[in-house]
Design a binder for this molecule. Structure first.
Ligand code: NAG
Ligand code: NAG
Length: 350
C-alpha cells in the first residue's frame, strides 16, 4: 500500500493559505479550511484520496508561494502548521513527512515545465489523467523484432519452481502487547501507546490492524517456505515498514538488509533475485532519475547499498546497472533471463 495521502498532504494543506474557492460563483460558500476539513478529515481521522481539482488547486497555491519568494522551510512550516491545526495527523507525522519530502517535492514543482494538470495527472492517474508529455523516441538495439507468438511450453522435468516474496514490510520496532489501533498511520509499536481496555493488542505473530509484521513472523514464514525447495527466489520489493514519516536512509537500509540477510539464511543454496519497491526509498516513492543526478540529487545511498546486498546472487557485470538505476538483468539458469526493472520510474503510487 502506498501512503499516497501522506505524500500528497504537502500539496493539500498548502492550499489552505489561499485557496481560491472563496467567493467563486457556483462554489460552496464554506471557507477553504471547512471545505478541506470536510473533504479530508471525515470520521476516524482518515484522509481520503485527493480529488483532481484539489490537487491542481493546491499545487497552484504552492507554486504561487514559491513565485513570491517563499523558501522551502517557510512553505514546509506553513504546511506543517496547517496539518497540525486541521488535526490531519499527529504532529510528529505532519512534521516528519513534510520535512522528509518537502525539498524534493518543491524542487520538482518549481522546476517542472509541465502544468499542474499534468503533474496531478501523474500523481493521481485514472480520472485525473491529463498529460502533455513530449513524444518520446526510444532506440531499440537491433530494431523492433517481428512479433512471434510461441505456444507456451508444457511442463517438463526442466520446470523451474520459483518462490515469490513481496511486500514483507517487517517492522523491527514491532512491540507485542502495544495498541493495534492508534492515532498514527502505523501501529503496534511501544511509542504509539498501549491498547485501551477491551481494545486489540499487538499479537505475538502480528495483528489484523494497521501494523506490519515482527521479524520472528517472517523468520517462521521463511522456514516453512524453504521446505518447498524452490529453484529460485524472487523478492519483489517493499521490505521496509510503513512508518514513512519517521524513516531515514539508515532505518530503511537496516530494514532491507535485515530482511535480505534473513532470506539468505533460509535459502543458502538458492539464487535470490531482487527488485525495488516504492517503499525502499526514504522519503517513500522518491526515486531520482539518473538525468537529475547532475543537479545534485543522488540515489547512491540506496543503489550502492543494494548492489552490495544483492551482489551474492548477481554477476559482476550486473552491478553497475544496480548502482546507476536500481535495475539489472541476469541469467540465473541456462535458458532463463531475468530482467529486474526499477518500476518506480513509472509509479503512479501503486
Ligand atoms: C524556485 O526556483 C527559483 C529560480 O530557479 C529559485 O530562485 C527559488 O529559490 C526556487 N524556490 C524553491 C522553493 O525551490
Ligand atoms: C548487511 O548486514 C550484514 C550483516 O550484518 C553486514 O555485514 C553488511 O555490511 C550489511 N550490508 C549493508 C549494505 O549494509
Amino acid at each position: 500500500m502506498a501512503f499516497r495521502q501522506l505524500w500528497i498532504i504537502l500539496f493539500v494543506v498548502g492550499s489552505l493559505s489561499a485557496a481560491p474557492w472563496d467567493g467563486r460563483p457556483g462554489q460552496p460558500t464554506s471557507s477553504p479550511a471547512h471545505f478541506l476539513l470536510h473533504a479530508l478529515v471525515p470520521e476516524h481521522n482518515q484522509v481520503r484520496d485527493l480529488t483532481c481539482l484539489e490537487c491542481r488547486t493546491a499545487a497552484g497555491v504552492i507554486a504561487a508561494m514559491m513565485a513570491e519568494g517563499a523558501t522551502v522551510e517557510e512553505i514546509e512550516d506553513q504546511v506543517i502548521l496547517d496539518c497540525v491545526l486541521l488535526d490531519l495527523f499527529p504532529p510528529d507525522v505532519c512534521s516528519g513527512m513534510v520535512r522528509l519530502s518537502g525539498a524534493e517535492v518543491l524542487h520538482v514543482l518549481n522546476a517542472t515545465k509541465y502544468d499542474h494538470e499534468t503533474v496531478c495527472g501523474w500523481l493521481l492517474g485514472g480520472h485525473c489523467q491529463h498529460t502533455q508529455l513530449d513524444p518520446w523516441t526510444l532506440a531499440v538495439p537491433g530494431g523492433k523484432p517481428a512479433p512471434s507468438h510461441p505456444e507456451p511450453a508444457q511442463p517438463t522435468e526442466g520446470v523451474v519452481r520459483i518462490l515469490q516474496l513481496s511486500d514483507l514490510h517487517v517492522d523491527l520496532l514491532y512491540d507485542e502487547g502495544s495498541a493495534a489501533h492508534c492515532e498514527h498511520p502505523n501501529c503496534c509499536r511501544h511509542a504509539f501507546g498501549d491498547p485501551a481496555p477491551g481494545e486489540l493488542a499487538a499479537g505475538h505473530w502480528g495483528a489484523l490492524a494497521n501494523c506490519d509484521i515482527p521479524l520472528h513472523t517472517l523468520d517462521d514464514l521463511l522456514a516453512h517456505a524453504a521446505l518447498t525447495n524452490p529453484d529460485l527466489v524472487y523478492v519483489t520489493g517493499d521490505l521496509p515498514p510503513h512508518d514513512v514519516w519517521a524513516q531515514s536512509h539508515a532505518s530503511n537500509l537496516l530494514a532491507i538488509n535485515t530482511t535480505v540477510q534473513l532470506i539468505a539464511k533460509h535459502f543458502p543454496d538458492v539464487p535470490v533475485l531482487h527488485a525495488l519497491g516504492n517503499h525502499a526509498s526514504a522519503p517513500v516513492n522518491s526515486f531520482v532519475v539518473p538525468t537529475a543526478y547532475a543537479d545534485g540529487w543522488s540515489m547512491t545511498w540506496l543503489y550502492d547499498s543494494l548492489a552490495a546486498m544483492w551482489a551474492p546472487w548477481l554477476p559482476e557485470e550486473a552491478l553497475p546497472d544496480v548502482r546507476k538505476g536500481g535495475y539489472f538483468s541476469c541469467s540465473p539458469k541456462p535458458g532463463l533471463r531475468v530482467i529486474s526493472a526499477n518500476m518506480n520510474y513509472c509509479n503512479t503510487l501503486n
